[in-house]
Design a protein around this ligand. Structure first.
Ligand SMILES: Nc1ncnc2c1ncn2[C@@H]1O[C@H](COP(=O)(O)OP(=O)(O)OP(=O)(O)O)[C@@H](O)[C@H]1O
Ligand SMILES: Cc1cn([C@H]2C[C@H](O)[C@@H](COP(=O)(O)O)O2)c(=O)[nH]c1=O
Length: 253
């Protein structure tokens, strides 16, 4: 498995993170004989029109580490705005997620990237009818890949202007991306309070504060669209109010 971006060849991270739909399709096609579910994802992806366009309603994405409050706040914002709530990976492929989570990096990341392109077609359609709220999108795919494929502290991340922080040219862009952040202690409290089964990555997040910092820093380095950071440590009601105001200011709702 590819590990360190700094120790490996310069293109190693690029290899882990497919940067456009043709690369995603190629990667799924290459493993479809061994993994039938890759063929199933590919079938869905190939039915999605290329280069999706947003409708006239705003599209707002929520990003952040696990248990920062995305599910909680997206549900409230959806209700308040009469919005459509979507998530990555989209429901139509999420039953295969555990299979891909066990695969080597390039295949696993191709699954999540494919999810974003499929999600884009859902966003395109929904945003012609109502505002769209999205729980994780490309920034999560990129940030988790970058953090997994590098080691140590944030100095080992690719430099600020690296192409890994850029939005894929052929992927529908949201109007606003809000990055929810809380202190590690508050996150741990929320995780414990929730008590759900954790993925391997979530367990690693708990054990490895450097990994957590690499993810957050990668989110912060994403550009066009960049993430707007929101302190999500106040109460649910306060976070909701802050977020709603940001959306109203930015999207003229
Ligand atoms: N502002 C808040 N103050 C206190 N607790 C909160 C707040 N927001 C969410 N929580 C609680 O923290 C836990 C995690 O929240 P939530 O499931 O919304 O996070 P998440 O970011 O969607 O997590 P994941 O990415 O793992 O799905 C839940 O138990 C939720 O009730
Ligand atoms: C969308 C997406 C998710 N992941 C990983 C990162 C975390 O371990 C979990 C969180 O998923 P949840 O459904 O929000 O609990 O999935 C990823 O690695 N890449 C992605 O694109």
């Amino acid at each position: 498995m590819l590990r360190s971006c700094t120790a490996g060849p310069p293109g190693s991270l690029r290899l882990a993170l497919p940067a456009a739909a043709p690369a995603v399709r190629r990667r799924l096609r290459e493993c479809a004989a061994r993994i039938p579910e890759a063929g199933a994802v590919l079938d869905i992806l190939e039915k999605c029109p290329e280069r999706q366009k947003k409708g006239e309603f705003p599209v707002v994405v929520f990003e952040g580490l696990d248990a920062t409050g995305k599910t909680t706040v997206t549900q409230s914002v959806k209700d308040a705005l009469g919005a459509v709530l979507l998530r990555s990976p989209p429901a139509c492929i999420s039953q295969w997620r555990t299979i891909f989570d066990e695969e080597p990096t390039p295949i696993r990341r191709a699954f999540y990237a494919a999810g974003n392109y499929i999600l884009a077609s859902e966003i395109a359609k929904a945003s012609t009818q109502a505002p769209v709220i999205v729980d994780r999108y490309w920034h999560s795919t990129a940030a988790y890949t970058i953090a997994t494929e590098t080691d140590g502290n944030i100095q080992n991340l690719p430099p600020d202007d690296d192409a890994v922080y850029k939005w894929p040219e052929d992927l529908l862009k949201p109007d606003l991306v809000l990055l929810l952040t809380v202190s590690p202690e508050e996150r741990t409290r929320r995780l414990e309070g929730r008590g759900l089964e954790r993925t391997k990555e979530e367990a690693e997040l708990e054990a490895n504060s450097l990994f957590r910092r690499r993810i957050e820093e990668s989110y912060r380095r994403m550009v066009n669209p960049a993430c707007q950071e929101v302190d999500a440590s106040p109460s649910k009601e306060e976070v909701f109010k802050t977020v709603l105001q940001l959306i109203k200011n930015h999207c003229a709702l």
